[in-house]
Ligand binder design. Structure first.
Ligand code: MBD
Ligand code: FE
Length: 248
């Protein structure tokens, strides 16, 4: 059997060699690059997953979509938490100055049949780009929850509009972006993860039409099918999104 580690790792090595050759990278530049990587040894441990997700996570979700027919999946990011309270129609938020946001839609199979009992995790930042469970200022379980989908497949959850978010940029990953002349911002987004027996786990994000950084997401994760208009209704913004899940 082909050794997949050999296949993938050695192809990465050859791809890097090709780039080093094409750009005539010098010994001094090479040593500077290795020295830069050494900073990761001294950095907080989230820095390595951060830089990997920054460049590669969106590619992995695009790979996933080559084999799926349902709704578009997207990067999970570093702030998913498994153990969150079941919510009915409201996510716990603070009065953070942001507008109310209603998330609504249906969870179905590819044929449009509701998936009763599906677990839908929702999580997003507050109006300052912070996530509960990671920012000590935010109450536990705020801005996140788990909805159990009923027989009609519908969900309708009240929360607040999240804000754009700078990835941690005080360590080597932020330094790298800065040296590249790039910014560390992600557009405002809402995360979803749906699990149901008999279906592939569905992890995705939603972005907002016209939102700041939608055209220049630092992790290059935005896909056209994931950009939604926020409609106005009864003093709230409404994001309508239907999910079609692929069979396992
Ligand atoms: C996030 O909030 C996120 O969603 C991703 C993909 C990367 C860093 C921070
Ligand atoms: Fe996020």
């Amino acid at each position: 059997m082909a050794n997949r580690v050999e296949t993938v790792v050695y192809d990465i090595v050859k791809a890097v060699r090709e780039v080093l050759s094409r750009h005539d990278v010098t010994f001094e530049e090479y040593r500077a690059g290795v020295g830069f990587l050494m900073q990761y040894a001294k950095a907080p441990e989230y820095e390595i997953p951060l830089v990997c997700d920054l460049w590669f996570n969106a590619t992995i979700t695009d790979n996933e979509m080559k084999h799926r027919k349902g709704s578009t999946t997207n990067v999970e990011g570093p702030y998913f938490l498994e153990n969150v309270p079941v919510i009915n129609d409201e996510i716990k938020t603070l009065d953070d100055g942001s507008e109310p946001l209603v998330l609504e839609g249906r969870v179905t199979d590819l044929a449009g049949k509701p998936i009763k009992g599906a677990e839908m995790f929702v999580w997003h930042s507050d109006n300052h780009g912070h996530y509960s469970g990671f920012d000590p200022e935010l109450p536990q379980d705020s801005y996140r929850g788990k909805k159990i989908i009923g027989a009609d497949g519908e969900y309708r959850i009240r929360t607040r509009v999240p804000a754009p978010y700078p990835i941690p940029h005080h360590g080597p990953s932020g330094k790298l972006l800065e040296m590249m002349g790039r910014h560390p911002w992600r557009p405002a987004h809402v995360h979803f993860k749906i699990r149901a027996p008999g279906f592939l786990e569905h992890t995705t994000q939603s972005y907002f039409t016209g939102g700041k950084w939608v055209d220049s997401d630092c992790v290059e994760g935005v896909r056209p099918a994931l950009i939604h208009n926020l409609e106005d209704a009864n003093g709230a913004k409404v994001l309508r999104k239907d999910f079609k899940l692929d069979p396992a």
